[in-house]
Design a protein around this ligand. Structure first.
Ligand code: MUC
Ligand code: MG
Length: 367
């Protein structure tokens, strides 16, 4: 079975509720639907969500790199030759979302060809994950109301609070408001998207010492090398590297350099193949991971839960699988549902991604 075509289809779906955080904000999901076609009629599907302010990818750059650079290099290979595919994709540095979508679409083909779910092929640990929800910047009262609505509607009891604003005391007040409103049984952790200095981060962590946070993520830039190590040494909770650790080599550098003590794994950034490398590296080093979210739509979320549920260590903590709830619509024929704070993988062969043709026609930008 050979790869005979790759489509990169840009589409745009507005958010009902934009997400705001220290390194940017998202009002419209301007993603790319990636379809890999084979000569035996199987099609693998995945979604690439560009994050321009983080990795420099845009919707246009993803379409261009797939059509002009990646497709010509991998057409004619078989979906089993994943090492050869990655060798060719990795001649080009960067472009993580574009590479990941191609990788996950290839796994979808493998699952369909084998008649088995991708989650089972990856590891088959369980069929579901507990869900963690991100609370973006807003006045404290709105953040609290949002978290209560999400808890009461979907049964979600883990929240990642976006921090990194100046003054840092606004974020401390927001976290305190959330803890007071939600009570002691909720898991709360924070993500600064590099917005604070190391010294403000240290002060904020001290002032929130009584809030029972479970993790602190990317509070200050990893490029502030010595001050970040200084901060991580004094953190009393695992310090997650997210955008500073986008692959196995960076994960190794950040962990061995003392600039992180836990790792965020995002299938939108490392696909299934690279995410497995990172996960196994972390397992070998005895480092905790959290399944992150690159503000994925439902297709990306289905990929993320397939990966997280496949692995014991990836499913220990709640996975960030709920950003799609804030979108006005999506492309799946059968929408994802979160109940009792839990999201299930799709049974059946491959990833179980079934695209609604009318929705794709409505939201695609290339026709
Ligand atoms: C996160 O964990 O940082 C915001 C930017 C991005 O790339 O992902 C989100 C969430
Ligand atoms: Mg993050």
């Amino acid at each position: 079975m050979k790869i005979v075509g790759i489509e990169a289809i840009p589409f745009a779906i507005p958010y009902a509720k934009p997400l705001r955080f220290a390194s940017g904000e998202v009002h419209i999901a301007e993603h790319v639907l990636v379809r890999v076609h084979t000569d035996e009629g199987l099609t693998g599907t995945a979604e690439a969500p560009p994050r321009p302010y983080t990795y420099g990818e845009t919707q246009e750059s993803i379409v261009a790199v797939i059509e002009k650079i990646f497709a010509p290099q991998i057409l004619g290979l078989t979906p089993l030759e994943r090492e050869a595919v990655h060798e060719r994709l990795d001649r080009t540095v960067g472009n993580p979302a574009a590479k990941s979508a191609v990788d996950m679409a290839l796994w979808d083909i493998l699952g369909q060809a084998a008649g088995m779910p991708v989650s089972g092929l990856l590891g088959g640990y369980t069929d579901r994950m507990r869900v963690s929800h991100m609370v973006g910047f807003a006045p404290v009262g709105d953040m609290v109301a949002d978290a209560i609505r999400i808890r009461d509607t979907y049964g979600i009891t883990t929240f990642k609070v976006k921090v990194g604003r100046k003054p840092y005391t606004d974020d401390v007040a927001a976290c305190r408001g959330l803890r007071e409103a939600l009570g002691p049984d909720i898991d709360l952790y924070i993500d600064g998207n590099r917005g604070w200095s190391a010294s403000d981060s240290a002060r904020a962590l001290r002032e929130m010492a009584d809030l029972g946070l479970t993790f602190a993520e990317e509070l200050c830039p990893a490029d502030d090398v010595l001050s970040r190590r200084w901060l991580v040494r004094q953190s009393t909770v695992p310090f997650i590297a997210d955008e500073s650790a986008t692959g196995a080599a960076e994960v190794t550098r950040e962990l061995l350099g003392g600039s992180a003590t836990a790792i965020s794994i995002k299938t939108a950034r490392t696909g299934f193949t690279g995410s497995q490398r990172v996960l196994h590296l972390c397992e070998g080093l005895g480092v905790e991971t959290v399944l992150g979210n690159q503000i994925d739509g439902q297709i990306g979320t289905l990929c993320a839960v397939a990966f997280g549920a496949a692995h014991r260590s990836a499913s220990l903590h709640a996975g960030e699988l709920s950003n799609f709830l804030d979108m006005t619509d999506d492309l799946l024929t059968e929408p994802l549902t979160i109940e009792s704070g839990t999201l299930h993988i799709r049974e059946g062969a491959g990833l179980g991604i079934d695209i609604d043709p009318d929705k794709l026609a409505r939201y695609r930008l290339d026709t």
